[in-house]
Design a protein around this ligand. Structure first.
Ligand SMILES: C[S@@+](CC[C@H](N)C(=O)[O-])C[C@H]1O[C@@H](n2cnc3c(N)ncnc32)[C@H](O)[C@@H]1O
Length: 194
């Protein structure tokens, strides 16, 4: 990653955290992934053959910039958020670091978006939105994941109770395997069982 991009990301995270501390309304917070979680995503994406990447939960584009950088030239990232204002902030931040052409920002409800996706469409899915909806997303998440794809779910340690139902659904699915990494806020990795 270019030093200027990293500097921009560090400042975006710092200002986002400062904003969140002063913002009591949870929905108005940026809630960016932790730096270590973002580094894990970067490593996972840059170490895989190029393929379409889906992010559920754009916020101001912090994690989207990490994903886009890792995707490299010609990489394809789609990031979905149901908040038009946040998506516009992400567009501005992606443009600032010259990565706007690698990310297609979609303003939509994540559940509706997932329902519309073809089978096996996505090589990596980063799930970082409304945790109470994840269990309901599961049938579509596993359907739209490519055969050798990977799902990364943030906040599985920091908000363990909120993802408990989702984790139970995943654990009960014998066609996938998963591991909870203690990185950042706890990133759960899920892949089809081979
Ligand atoms: C934790 S933030 C995402 C942080 C971002 N991934 C990052 O690390 O920079 C969660 C985002 O999910 C969005 N969101 C919540 N519920 C959603 C839904 N049902 N469909 C789409 N986006 C949703 C919120 O608007 C918010 O911007």
């Amino acid at each position: 990653m270019e030093a200027t991009t990293l500097k921009f990301l560090d400042e975006l995270l710092r200002s986002g955290r400062a904003h969140d501390e002063d913002e009591p309304d949870h929905d108005r917070q940026y809630r960016n992934v932790e730096r270590a979680g973002a580094e894990l995503l970067h490593l996972l994406v840059s170490g895989r053959p190029p393929g379409p990447i889906l992010e559920i939960g754009t916020s101001n584009g912090y994690s989207g910039i990490w994903l886009a950088d890792a995707a490299g030239e010609g990489g394809e990232v789609v990031s979905v958020d149901d908040d038009k204002g946040r998506s516009a902030e992400a567009a501005k931040n992606l443009a600032e670091v010259g990565l706007a052409d690698r990310v297609r920002l979609v303003v939509a409800d994540a559940g509706a978006f997932l329902r519309d996706q073809p089978d096996g469409a996505w090589d990596l899915i980063f799930l970082d939105a409304d945790r109470s909806a994840y269990a309901a997303y599961w049938p579509d998440l596993r359907r739209v994941l490519a055969g050798d794809g990977l799902i990364a779910v943030d906040n599985c340690t920091s908000h363990a109770e909120q993802v408990a139902e989702f984790r139970a659904v995943v654990d009960a699915d014998r066609d996938v395997e998963s591991v909870l990494t203690p990185v950042g806020a706890g990133v759960l990795l899920i892949a089809h069982r081979r």
